[in-house]
Design a protein around this ligand. Structure first.
Ligand SMILES: C[S@@+](CC[C@H](N)C(=O)[O-])C[C@H]1O[C@@H](n2cnc3c(N)ncnc32)[C@H](O)[C@@H]1O
Length: 626
């Protein structure tokens, strides 16, 4: 279902309809239900004017369409509240009134408070904080920095969280500080670029918080209360309610400072003017039956006739009780309401003498009517524990409610109902439980972390053991390697020696070879040596010259296959016998043709080639030309 249908279609066009009619109320209801802002106590015509201004800015003409717009664009709420909760303010706003406060009022208040006592100040509807910081400046000027820091507490409240967030920053631009005299600006602000930041040491004495003047309990024991340019936005009934609360908030003789446009015409029993023009008032202490003192004349005959000081004292004592309390008569009329009950449930003097059932209190925060009947019937105290009460949009309060029968000479005169706010204890319990749960889960995490660490530790230990074993193995391998290395080294040394000997031998052999070579070369005869296969292994210079065949051409060839001018077949028997027979040498003379083509006679002597052991390894042929 669309918002428009839910909150009051059919559409009444703004140009045609009543601006505070059903459609307008539907918007207010929507704001209350979705955001907890209750605007019913505000002056409806100015509220609708401002709402209409906002609607014009976003180009919407009817309230139902605007509800639709809010439903789709949640950012619109902030813009709307900025328009509705006019946050206009300034430092030392209305200089003349502030001068009067500084010169006439504050000195008197400080004198009454005395030289040491704490000073409690409340700026209600503080918007973006300028009023609270102005108060801090004024009181520091009067007391000095140290005394201000030690003695003063400034409570600065507003319904608008966005304005409060700005106030908490304590940071203002050039235009915002325009109203401050330059010397105060210099002494109380630190310049950071184009911003002016209020002194941090004094800032600590100012406590910002959300407080709805219509719904929330007031701050108490206040010496100086500023509620400027805020009351004027409420209708008469809500103003009365707020003023009763402001009255309660102030200490006897406390001072109330209102805005220029705000008057207190019909509240002379609550406040008397100090300076009417500047809207500065003193609290009238509640002696007797002032509107703020919630006692019923009608139903207390003794009070009517006696009028003595004791009765008044009893009433005052009851009124000042620290917990909210009301008393109803035997026929369920409200007889007494103390200050705490007044501020807690928004009761006024008009509620005294009314039947309990006519008050919202009779069923909210807890159903009381049946309980009152029960207490009267059973004549015993009844305790209702942990009653949850949604006091504001975001404020939950827990109450213990105690109903006690008031009996005299066997007759029930009435019932006392005491409402004890146990929210703090409850919150503490909740926090404790929460902390406990967190502790438990932290403990569990710790335990599992511990277990993991233990496991990791064990793993590490076994890794260390493995590494130790590996290390030992490596060490013994190393030792083995060292031994092997030493052995290799000595083998190497031996090899080196052998090698050296071999090279010595090789040199000797080379020498020997060279020697043999030179012998063979020097011989004029041809010398041919063959192996057992008759392959040429030596062919000396004499053979080259005799037959015209080079050594490299002859070496490795079968002797009988050589192409020389010697009939080799005639040599065969001679060579064979040298290879095979034991006969040491044989010879033969063969006719041949030498390299120059001349016929020659060649004497060939063949001897076996023997090894040291006596084996025949080939044959040696010596050839000479006759
Ligand atoms: C015009 S400003 C006044 C600021 C300052 N006191 C001054 O006079 O310069 C009115 C302030 O009243 C606040 N306000 C409106 N309704 C309120 C409520 N129900 N409870 C507390 N503050 C409220 C607005 O948010 C706004 O910041």
């Amino acid at each position: 279902m669309s918002g428009a249908a839910e909150y009051g279609r059919p559409v009444v066009d703004m140009t045609a309809g009543d601006r505070t009619g059903a459609d307008f109320q539907a918007v207010l209801l929507y704001l209350k239900e979705t955001r907890g802002f209750d605007f019913t106590g505000y002056k409806q015509t100015s509220l609708s004017r401002r709402l209409h201004r906002r609607m014009t800015q976003v180009g919407i003409e009817s309230y139902p369409d605007y509800i639709d717009h809010l439903q789709v664009n949640t950012d619109e709420f902030a813009a709307l509240f900025n328009t509705l909760l006019i946050n206009v303010t300034g430092f030392l706003r209305d200089t003349d009134s502030w001068d009067f406060l500084r010169t006439e009022v504050v000195p008197k208040v400080l004198q009454e408070v005395g030289p040491e006592a704490p000073i409690r100040v409340w700026s209600a509807g503080c918007a973006s904080g300028e009023e609270a910081y102005s108060l801090a400046i004024l009181l520091t000027e009067a007391l000095g920095v140290d005394a201000f820091r030690q003695r003063v507490k400034i409570y600065a409240t507003d319904i608008d969280e966005e304005a409060l967030a700005q106030a908490r920053q304590a940071s203002y631009g050039e235009r915002e500080v325009e109203g401050l005299p330059p010397d105060l600006l210099e002494r109380y602000f630190e310049q950071q670029g184009s911003r002016h930041i209020f002194r941090q040491d004094l800032r600590r004495s100012i406590i910002f918080g959300r407080n709805d003047l219509v719904q929330d309990a007031p701050i108490s024991r206040i010496h100086l209360l500023l509620c400027r340019n805020t009351l004027m936005y409420f209708n008469a009934e809500t103003q009365a309610k707020i003023l009763t609360r402001l009255h309660f908030a102030l200490l006897p003789q406390g001072v109330l400072f209102l805005g220029k446009a705000e008057m207190l015409l019909s509240y002379e029993s609550l406040f008397k003017p100090v300076d009417l023009k500047r809207r500065i008032f003193r609290k009238v202490p509640t002696r007797g039956l002032a509107p703020g003192a919630m006692f019923s004349h009608a139903s207390t005959p003794a009070r009517r006739t006696a009028g003595d000081g004791d009765d008044e004292l009893r009433e005052q004592a009851f009124s000042a009780g620290p917990v909210a309390q009301i008393v109803v008569t035997a026929d369920d009329q409200v007889l007494l309401v103390n200050h705490q009950a007044q501020s807690m449930f928004g009761l006024t003097s008009r509620d005294v003498g009314r039947p309990l059932r006519d008050l919202e209190l009779s069923y909210r925060p807890v159903e009381l009517r049946a309980q009152v009947d029960r207490v009267k019937a059973e004549r015993r105290t009844l305790r209702l524990k942990d009653i949850e009460w949604l006091r504001g949009p975001a404020e939950t309060v827990w109450l213990d409610v105690q109903l006690s029968p008031l009996v005299s000479e066997g007759t029930v005169l009435g019932v006392s109902i005491v409402f004890q706010d146990v929210s703090a204890a409850r919150r503490l319990m909740d926090e404790l439980e929460h902390a406990n749960r967190q502790l438990e889960s932290a403990y569990e995490e710790l335990q599992s972390t511990n277990e993991e660490l233990e496991t990791t530790n064990e793993e590490l230990q076994s890794t260390v053991e493995e590494l130790e074993t590996t290390n030992e193995e490596l060490q013994s391998t190393n030792e083995e390697l060292e031994t092997m290395n030493e052995e290799l080294q000595s083998t190497n040394d031996e090899l080196q020696t052998i090698n050296e000997r071999l090279s010595e031998r090789s040199v000797e052999l080379d020498d020997l070879n060279n020697f043999l070579e030179s012998i063979l070369t020097s011989l004029r005869s041809g010398v041919i040596v063959v192996d057992v296969e008759m392959r040429v292994i030596v062919w000396n210079r004499g053979s080259e010259e005799l037959w015209g065949l080079r050594r490299d051409e002859a070496n490795g060839q079968h002797l009988l296959n050589l192409d020389i001018g010697l009939p080799l077949s005639e040599l065969r028997p001679l060579v064979r016998s040298a290879l095979v027979d034991a006969d040491p040498a044989g010879e033969v003379t063969i006719a041949a043709v030498n390299r120059r083509g001349r016929a020659v006679s060649v004497r060939v002597v063949a001897s076996p080639l023997r090894s040291r052991g006596g084996d025949t390894e080939g044959a040696i042929l010596v050839l000479e030309e006759n």
